[in-house]
Design a protein around this ligand. Sequence first.
Ligand code: NAD
Ligand code: TYD
Length: 350
Amino acid sequence: MKRMLITGGAGFIGSHLVRLFVNKYPDYHIYNLDKLTYAGNLLNLKDIEEKPNYSFIKGDIVDGVFIIKLFEDYKFDAVIHLAAESHVDRSISNPLEFVMTNVVGTVNLLNAAKHIWKNNFDGKRFYHVSTDEVYGSLGEDGMFTEQTAYDPHSPYSASKASSDHFVRAYHDTYELPVVISNCSNNYGSFQFPEKLIPLFINNIRHNKPLPVYGKGENIRDWLWVEDHARAIDVIFHQSANGKTYNIGGHNEWKNIDLIKVMCRIMDRKLGRAEGTSQNLITYVKDRAGHDLRYAIDSTLLQKDLNWTPSLQFEEGIEKTIDWYLANQIWLDDVTSGDYLKYYEKQYVSR
Ligand code: NAD
Ligand code: TYD
């Protein structure tokens, strides 16, 4: 049985990946290592927590001694590393936390993998999940390819860029069998309502203002989270060592246009007169260092490994809004902080 470590599995993308792997690969044992920061929520994994091939481990990747011991005890064959501080606005207020988790935490994992795998890398793999934000900002034209030079602007993207460099350095220096993917903005169920889409769905629901940064003219390329998890699955199993793949939706939206689409759908679903939710739009001070445009060229992934997104955005955003409206208890627990009690109840008192 393959012993797989997935870090950050209680977060947004991690929980989708853990669910996919636990259900699809009964012959793998999936160990989900997560510190359960404000962004980690075990309620995201309630449907699979009793599966025999799944275990949760609470721990901090910044604690190097703990990480080495964990790898010695469990002898993982593979790592898919998602644990990170992931919100640009938080990185502007507290950059050091991003350096600790995203850079030091990643190097701790690389060291532990190198330590237990020694020089026998047969069947081993270290997969680092990264972001397109490392490439910086585009003007009106062009797309990020795997060859685009790194040019991060926010403390978040600078910390992810740094972690990517360390992962490549461990491949080039120690021949560690690594793979990296850089993905565009994800959307879907179980995303913490501080990022644009779930925050605005929640605010519309409560008739609260929708804070649009600057003029709302920034552009993001949105990918359905389950398509990201599918891409990771394909790359994890089929990529050559040392490769990098870009993952994206070919789905660019100017923020303000996306917000207006969400408002229209929400008006319909909430039985409000058309235009009601749009009145909540409030233009606020722009984010410092706000990247204008991201767009990912994922041709290489399509060509090499035959991956394409499965869902059109129009269907995906409808599905996503439906999910948050059907799971208002999840949203309320997350916004009130009640989800933090679940770990105590489920794991500590057992
Ligand atoms: P998230 O913030 O929802 O989840 C991060 C998870 O990491 C949480 O469960 C948190 O508890 C855990 N974590 C944080 N610090 C930790 C630590 N020190 N030790 C152990 N666990 C810790 O993030 P996400 O949106 O799911 O992103 C996951 C990964 O994908 C990140 O590496 C991010 O950079 C990358 N990514 C995200 C997006 C996106 O649109 N969300 C796009 C591309 C890449
Ligand atoms: P976000 O979801 O934070 O992702 P990222 O910054 O990693 O792309 O933001 C997406 C876009 O939405 C980005 O251009 C910033 C903008 N935004 C707002 O206008 N208002 C908000 O309240 C938030 C959270 C984001």
